[in-house]
Design a protein around this ligand. Sequence first.
Ligand code: NAD
Ligand code: TYD
Length: 359
Amino acid sequence: MFKRFKMKRKILITGGAGFIGSHVVRLFVNKYPDYLIVNLDKLTYAGNLENLKDVEDKPNYVFIKGDIKDEQLVRNIFEKYDIDGVIHLAAESHVDRSIQNPMEFIYTNVIGTVTLLNAARDYWKDNYQGKVFYQISTDEVYGSLENDDEFFTEQTPYDPRSPYSASKASADHFVRAYHNTYKLPVLISNCSNNYGPNQFPEKLIPLSINNILNFKPIPIYGTGENVRDWLYVEDHAKAIDLIFHKGKIGETYNIGGNNPWRNIDLIKTLCRIMDEELGREPGTSEKLITFVKDREGHDKRYAIDASKIKRELGWEPETDFQTGLRKTVRWYLNNQDWLKNIISGDYLNYYERQYKNRF
Ligand code: NAD
Ligand code: TYD
């Protein structure tokens, strides 16, 4: 075994170049200089190393381009860095893509997760003390709510209804099965919809910001009455930090913004903020709203009851929605090169430009 890293913790974060992962990596690298943070990411279309420019040279940070399904690579990483904690975010994450191509979701979200579980079980098997495998999951595994007074709790039975949520539910089941069967020390959290800087512009909020900026139609699926519970991404990263350090092994924690919005109301609010920030005539952006064919099997309502994490760990969202949405809009307006690089595909070359001469 190769144990040259005398750091307090050696944490493998998967999917750290993606939207939420990049916020988690940044938080851990900056907050814990005595931890080694190893970021394993395949750099699919959703992975963007530009998200991590500000931490890439930190001494406690290592980036590895690779696939979580690559069993040998994953085992080598555990050995080489003597990994004692995993925060697993790598996934295919977009529902619409899962409807088009479910297999990729099964490969990465299910088989990838089990590959990581096996590596953790085998590397830690002699000593589970102080180890943790933390699975980052979604509220979508709970299915769809019908009424405004209903919320998902940790006891809500799983009822996934899209290929994406079915793949995440399956992964969560394997994580729990490894805890029950092999006593692997695991944690799971199920979070509601995130928004904030660095989200890929295929998801509702950044897609709409990009379209408004370019006077393109804002596509609203169906009647726009579907409800999502929105949480600012940095609040999610803080919850992950807290659960990783203080969560009770074997437990599940729901994380949510206590902030359910109908899509149409959210987009109208976003339109008003965009008009203000861009100095456009009030009502300009709303004219871009276009109702389009509904998503197949579109879940009606997601809403999280986050009282357990508040009660047991003292976590609450810090960013109110109006503030968070305006911060997000400003970030996209101030980082239009980031958006342009995504639209042009140039962000996919960042790894070659920044990393090719390092090894
Ligand atoms: P994302 O699509 O922005 O990023 C996913 C990252 O995983 C990318 O960097 C990608 O390159 C990487 N990846 C994909 N397949 C991989 C593979 N086979 N091997 C290694 N890396 C791979 O996703 P996100 O929105 O940041 O979501 C992160 C996690 O949080 C996911 O597990 C998702 O299910 C969960 N989650 C997301 C939300 C949300 O609103 N975005 C809400 C709750 C939970
Ligand atoms: P999305 O950001 O894809 O997240 P999820 O489906 O995982 O919740 O979509 C959020 C909501 O916005 C969802 O109800 C689908 C809807 N939506 C649109 O109306 N138009 C769009 O172009 C997109 C991408 C989503």
